[in-house]
Design a protein. Structure first.
Length: 172
């Protein structure tokens, strides 16, 4: 889970644990994890759920090599990736969008979009074991200029061809 040391990410981590998750890995920036209130909240979470593995990793989601390494370590420590939640995100800092400097806008896109993509495609290479992804589709516009919409199977989008990413499918 990216951006998991506070706010919505932290609440999602707690929710997963409350509903029986055996472990969570929380990725966030070093200053966020080190912030005293967040450290205390993470410690309290470990006390409240002593049987769960609650791991924290300092990682910038825009650093592709760091993302690859920490996801690999997470799989080694927890055994699998059942779900990926990406809460890492930043805003432009207020003010009118028309006045935001381009370097700041590019950083927002890097964190909010590219960071999510890096995490999703890296995690997908390990396969997802969650039944939540069975029969999961992404709906988007075609890129042929026709303006038509289409459905893509999740594993096709991430892996390039049906079955390239080991996502279990079942009929309901």
């Amino acid at each position: 889970m990216t951006g998991g040391a506070r706010g919505l990410g932290f609440a999602a981590a707690r929710g997963l644990l409350e509903h029986g998750a055996s472990g969570v890995v929380i990725f966030d920036l070093s200053d966020v994890i080190a912030e005293n209130s967040n450290k205390l909240a993470l410690q309290a979470l470990r006390v409240e759920f002593p049987a769960a593995k609650i791991l924290t990793q300092v990682v910038d989601v825009c650093d592709e090599e760091a993302v690859k390494e920490f996801i690999r370590l997470s799989v080694n420590q927890l055994g699998s990736i059942d779900i990926l939640l990406t809460f890492a995100g930043i805003a432009t800092g207020g003010g009118a969008t028309i006045d935001v400097p381009m370097h700041q806008w590019k950083r927002v896109l890097d964190v909010n979009l590219t960071g999510t993509l890096l995490c999703a495609r890296t995690a997908a290479k390990y396969g997802f074991t969650s039944p939540c992804l069975q029969n999961t589709y992404i709906y988007d516009k075609t890129d042929d200029g026709s303006g038509k919409w289409r459905l893509h199977r999740f594993d096709v989008v991430l892996g390039g061809e049906p079955g390239a990413v080991p996502v279990p499918h079942r009929r309901i």
